[in-house]
Design a protein around this ligand. Sequence first.
Ligand SMILES: [Fe+2]
Length: 335
Amino acid sequence: MAPPQLADSLMFPSAHPDGFPQLQNEPVFDPARHLAIEMPDTVVSLADLGYDDDEIATCPTPLGVTSAFRILSEEGAACLIDVARALEPYTRSIERISRMVRGGVYQSKFLRDLCTSPELTDAISNICGAALHPHTMPHQLGHLNYNPEEAGENVDKWHADTLRIDFVMFVTDPNLIEGGEFQYFHGTRHEVAEINAAGQTLPADRIVSPELPGPGYAVLQQGNMVVHRAKALKTPGERITMVNGYVPAEVDFPDYTRFDQLYLADPANIAASEYARHVAWMGREALKAQIDGFAFSPDKEQFADRLDGVAQLLANAAAELRNADNAKMEHFGDE
Ligand SMILES: [Fe+2]
């Protein structure tokens, strides 16, 4: 069988949306100085979490979640904290998260260059064992969470992500705060949904808090498959984390974008625009694979199926766009 054709990445949009003023006087991202990427020591697979082979086959990587690994040098971490603090006046709230900045990549060239860095994308692809691109939707790049104003309130509730692959990186030093752990449930999202529906709390002995040694260290996860949260600080302190998203370069994997959820989280001039552009990219790349991989064949069903696949992708996305208005934000609560 021929190896799967990989999609070309999508350029960052050249148009700039309203409501995202550019930061002034920021550092210039330099991968040689600002990255210090190491590999994680351990990887928990989707199978370890309890997913079955059929479900794993629909995923671009068998990876579930890694132990902490380094991404930024000390200098890189120092630059990123300056950028994150400069973006702090732009925090917004959603039902899940008290204070977050999404779309900072439109405001900060440093953040944009870090989050779309080819060196970083290559490393994350290597860890996943699958070719990836930086997420095609800019609001899925460089998402920043800030500690709530009050200690004792979770930074983010138990949830699964609206994208497949992302890392959660500490921007501030986790050693300087009490609490504020990133945690994941050692199990499937289906188990969490059952526990949640029964009104029970997650069993403490299945909650994992990876040790994050310092700023610039991250945990990589298949975020739509791993239920996770960011716990409250026990005492007042500064806690900033950055989440960066990726899409598989194999566009044959079914799209995993929860547009209904993003439409609740992101501004009206953003969510649909970015989603439509993302789906147009998937369609373009799927059609390009059909043209590039063209071969004469009497099998008309096969041609019909492949064209249908792209038509369905576009039709489903159009329906998502039209039907998103009545959604509720999904999460699994605080405990
Ligand atoms: Fe998340």
